[in-house]
Design a protein around this ligand. Structure first.
Ligand code: GTP
Ligand code: MG
Length: 320
């Protein structure tokens, strides 16, 4: 089966694995009407179940620390996409590594592996710890989200790109900032500022025609709001609170990155140009009109308001 790789990019603890979990979970619960099925392989399925249980059972008040050592090893999550009850036609391979690999203390090999993941990926999802970006005028942003290092990574990897690529900026833990229109536009403004150099690189003459950049704020839990930052020996603890003791797990828009991904792939399929990287996509949906219609229906649900924005490369998302 043809396989496409996607990298979950971001330092330790920003929420890569939770984002992936929520994305799959909401795909499953939102997809009801469409004739699509996303099936995790054995290993991925077990891990997703455990991570989902964690997200569903967060305590009333808890903290996250951007500086904690990862407890996870490199994992890849494999999903097969197809019609319900039919043989799948495309394998999506999400590479989810421990964010620790970005740190100076990690080995050169580990750092190189991240570059290699991005090199071979059709799409990259950058998980952004939103409170670190927004609170205290972004005081903790550099330390926790490492935007400069991420920019450097793309400077190394996105050279002489042969085919288009999709970059999704996914602010997570952003419940608090999506409450009003004013705070939502502030979130977008802070992303443009906090990732100014990265976005400038993508907007450069050579990359602009090839790189699609979208912002998709994802509420992986929904019922938890950022409350405050406490400092412990100069290190930040981000304290979160449930909106009420019995507030239920209530994720919102977590499947949106997948909708954008499929929209991009459908567009490449329709394009019919020869891209070495995506050659197999030209035939992907030719034999199965129903699958094509299902992918199209799902892709049409990409949001473009309430904090969602296509920053560049709109033509690569045009499927009409
Ligand atoms: N407030 C809040 N906390 C979350 C949310 N999602 C995840 N968390 C917490 O953040 C912690 C870290 O998230 P992970 O998804 O494991 O982060 P990661 O980027 O995969 O980290 P590494 O695997 O170490 O690189 C989790 O253990 C959760 O408790 C969310 O939507 N809101
Ligand atoms: Mg992880």
């Amino acid at each position: 089966m043809n396989e496409l790789k996607i990298t979950m990019l971001g330092p330790s603890g920003v929420g890569k694995t939770s984002l992936l979990t929520a994305m799959y979970e909401q795909f499953e619960s939102n997809i009801g009407r469409t004739n699509l099925q996303l099936t995790p392989d054995l290993e991925s399925s077990a891990l997703l179940q455990e991570r989902l249980a964690q997200l569903q059972n967060l305590p009333d008040s808890f903290e996250t620390k951007g500086w904690m050592a990862s407890t996870e090893n490199y994992r890849s999550f494999v999903f097969d996409l197809g019609k319900k009850g039919a043989m799948p036609s495309l394998r999506l391979h999400f590479q989810d590594y421990p964010g620790e690999w970005h740190e100076s203390k990690s080995s050169r090999e580990d750092k190189e592996r991240i570059d290699n993941f991005v090199t071979e990926s059709a799409a990259v999802l950058i998980a952004i710890d939103t409170p670190a970006l927004m609170e205290k005028k972004g005081h903790w942003h550099a330390q926790i989200n490492r935007p400069q290092q991420i920019t450097n990574l793309f400077q190394r990897v996105y050279r002489e790109l042969e085919s288009p690529r999709l970059v999704i900026l996914a602010p997570v833990r952003c419940e608090k900032y999506l409450q009003t229109e004013a705070s939502t536009s502030k979130l977008l403004k802070c992303i443009e500022e906090g990732y100014a150099k990265l976005l400038e690189l993508f907007r450069s003459q050579i990359l602009l025609p090839k790189v699609v950049v979208v912002v998709t704020p994802v509420q992986t839990v929904g019922s938890v709001l950022f409350s405050r930052i406490e400092e412990d020996e100069g290190k930040p603890l981000f304290i979160f609170r449930k909106t009420s003791h019995d507030a239920q797990y209530n994720p919102s828009d977590s499947e949106q990155p997948l909708r954008y991904l499929l929209r991009f792939l459908l567009r490449l399929h329709l394009d019919q140009r020869q891209w070495r990287f995506f050659n197999f996509l030209r035939k992907w949906l030719d034999l199965d009109k129903e699958l094509k219609a299902a992918v199209e229906e799902f892709a049409k649900g990409c949001k473009t308001t309430d904090g969602f924005e296509v920053l560049q490369g709109e033509t690569w998302l045009n499927i009409s």
